[in-house]
Design a protein around this ligand. Structure first.
Ligand code: ADP
Length: 209
């Protein structure tokens, strides 16, 4: 978050004089309390200042990058996951390629008859299967997928940073978000490199995520 010149000044005043009331900060800046209110709200919400009723404002001592780190470490998968695209295990490689284009995704999740996750298909898996001589209409996706238990997954309540770490260490583009059921793991979402990149860009643009 980029601070305005006035917000920087407020932080300096509170640093040197805290605890200090809004009235006194306004006095030092020759502004009215009402003019200052939005800035004080922003600085308090962002974690630079702390407000104690009937006492005034304190400086928390946290730097911008500490606050940013703190904010990122709170994000969970469920806030950012997108809709998963699944294919059935008996679908052909041809159908999977078709789904990849139609749904505009890079990773497909393969499910069994109970809609439970049994594998993953990436662009390269489908390309590899396409360079042979076999009829792609006759090869079922379960023949070429990366199968369970080798699929790296994440859960609804996992931290987004943990999911991002898995994408990096496993060198893959996407993770299924799963929910355990008595029949097996159900796919309820997906987290991809695009998910993480979007968060990064929105943070820099200062948008409310
Ligand atoms: P691409 O192959 O298009 O570069 P990935 O890097 O995601 O895409 O996939 C590389 C390999 O890892 C593929 O064989 C794919 O099946 C496998 N893979 C993709 N996602 C996962 C995952 N979540 N867990 C385990 N393996 C995966």
């Amino acid at each position: 978050m980029e601070l305005s010149e006035r917000q920087e000044k407020i932080i300096e005043i509170v640093k040197g004089n805290g605890p200090i009331t809004a009235e006194k900060i306004a006095g030092q800046l020759n502004l009215s309390r009402a003019t200052l209110r939005p800035d004080l709200t922003i600085l308090t919400m962002a974690g630079y200042l702390e407000a104690r009723p009937r006492v005034g404002y304190f400086h928390t001592g946290k730097t911008g990058s500490e606050l940013l780190t703190q904010q990122i470490q709170k994000y969970t998968v469920k806030e950012f996951q997108s809709v998963p695209v699944v294919v059935k295990e008996d679908n052909s490689v041809y159908d999977a390629i078709y789904a990849l284009f139609l749904e505009d995704v890079g990773t497909l999740f393969v499910v069994d008859n109970h809609s439970c996750l049994i594998g993953v298909l990436s662009r390269k898996d489908l390309l590899r299967a396409s360079i042979g001589k076999q009829d792609l209409n006759k090869v079922p996706v379960h023949m070429i997928m990366t199968r369970m238990p080798n699929v790296t997954v994440c859960h609804h309540d996992d931290l987004l940073i943990e999911a991002a770490q898995k994408l990096i260490t496993k060198q893959i583009d996407g993770l299924p978000v799963i929910k355990e059921t008595e029949n097996g793991p159900k796919v309820i979402g997906r987290v991809t490199k695009t998910t993480v990149t979007k968060v990064f860009v929105e943070l820099v643009n200062g948008n409310q995520i």
